[in-house]
Design a protein around this ligand. Structure first.
Ligand SMILES: O=C(O)CCC(=O)C(=O)O
Length: 362
């Protein structure tokens, strides 16, 4: 078994146990099965952000103390109906519209990860990139990633800082102030391979435990779709990284994690995982539609940039394209405050004022 805290795709897949089906899941007789880009909003839906009290009530309705405890203990949770169908139509249209413009870059990113030595910017079409991955890839193509669509689209930015979403995140992190770390669209085309076991914080240059990712499928998912599978409690397995070296960390079989997934998700359901929770996703069947999930990652304000001089291991650099633009402006050990890591909670913060002192390098 390979090093499990490794990146999404640079390592071969591992299989721990069969997933435990979570009781109480909705049935799989879900509605539409639109692929990314197909779903259209019935009309332009504004962000129904209501007042602070209304948001708080809405979040409490969906995220009771049981869910908070589950997240704390297991490192993942599914929140049903965070967005309604109309909201999801608008969100999916904003995200997939932007992602379509970024498709060549998404393929280039896979080339950068899977084909060491190939200059991804020497490739000028998706077909060229696919051919290079087929011929020189160190692993099969598991997904495409389009990073930080919120930096290109005002609409996407507004969804990433939706008051209901960020209030829920603040509750789960137990944080007074929350920053947006990145957003990323994960697309699995029909027949794409697995997403390997990994934990997100292994690829994040921040020295923090207060980090999570919200995974938002852009259509309803049934049992045949590639959903995330989580090693419950792995985010609290301090002993793993403390006592084991890289080889030791590769052997997860003996650690007795139970593996859980949420195989049926209706449109508007989201899952959330802690930054250290190990997770993976199986292949997307070749016969059905694509599966696309928009992920948004957040961290509690106050986290510092990783200091390499005391590090036990090297940061996995697979997601470097996502953070390069702000990382170069900040020193190791410095608190991670930057205009590209905006404060999204509490709502209404003036980010321009907040980041006045940050110098941007070219
Ligand atoms: O959607 C996927 O296949 C992978 C998503 C993932 O690894 C994540 O959200 O951290």
């Amino acid at each position: 078994m390979e090093f499990a805290h490794a990146a999404h795709q640079s390592m071969s897949p591992v299989s721990l146990h069969k997933p435990t089906r979570i009781p109480g899941n909705v049935s799989c007789s879900l509605g539409r099965r639109d692929g990314v880009g197909v779903m259209q909003p019935k009309r332009q839906v504004g962000l129904r952000d209501g007042g602070k009290k209304e948001v708080k009530r809405e979040v409490q309705e969906r995220l009771g103390s049981e869910q908070l405890l589950k997240f704390e203990r297991e490192g993942h949770v599914c929140v049903r109906g965070l967005f309604d169908e109309e909201e999801m139509g608008a969100l999916a249209a904003a995200v997939s519209g932007e992602a379509k413009r970024e498709i060549l870059n998404a393929y280039r990113h896979r080339v950068a990860v899977l084909c060491p030595g190939v200059d991804p910017f020497s490739l000028h079409s998706v077909a060229e990139a696919e051919a290079v991955i087929r011929q020189q890839g160190t692993d099969e193509l598991g997904f495409l990633q389009s990073f930080n669509l919120h930096q290109k689209s005002e609409d996407v930015r507004r969804w990433a800082s939706h008051p209901r979403l960020v209030a829920m995140v603040a509750d789960l992190l137990g944080a007074k102030k929350v920053r947006l770390y990145q957003d990323c669209l994960f697309q699995k085309m029909p027949g794409f391979g697995v997403t390997n076991w990994h934990s997100d914080l292994n690829m994040v240059p921040l020295d923090t435990n207060s980090f999570l990712t919200v995974w938002i499928p852009l259509r309803s998912l049934d049992k045949t779709d590639s959903s995330l599978h989580f090693a419950s409690g792995s985010h609290r397995d301090f002993a793993l990284a403390y006592w084991q070296n890289n080889q030791g960390m590769a052997n997860l079989e003996s650690r007795g994690y139970s593996i859980a997934d949420y195989p049926c998700m209706a449109l508007g359901d989201v899952s959330i995982h802690h930054g250290w929770t190990l997770h993976w996703a199986p292949e997307q069947p070749g016969s059905g539609p694509a599966r696309a999930a928009w992920t948004v990652s957040y961290f509690a304000d106050g986290a510092r940039i990783l200091e390499s001089r005391h590090a036990r291991r090297k940061l996995q650099e697979e997601d470097g394209w996502s953070y390069r633009a702000w990382r170069k402006d900040l020193r190791e050990g410095q608190v991670a405050r930057h205009p590209l890591l905006p404060l999204v909670y509490p709502p209404g913060v003036d980010n321009a004022k907040q980041h006045k002192g940050v110098r941007r390098k070219r």
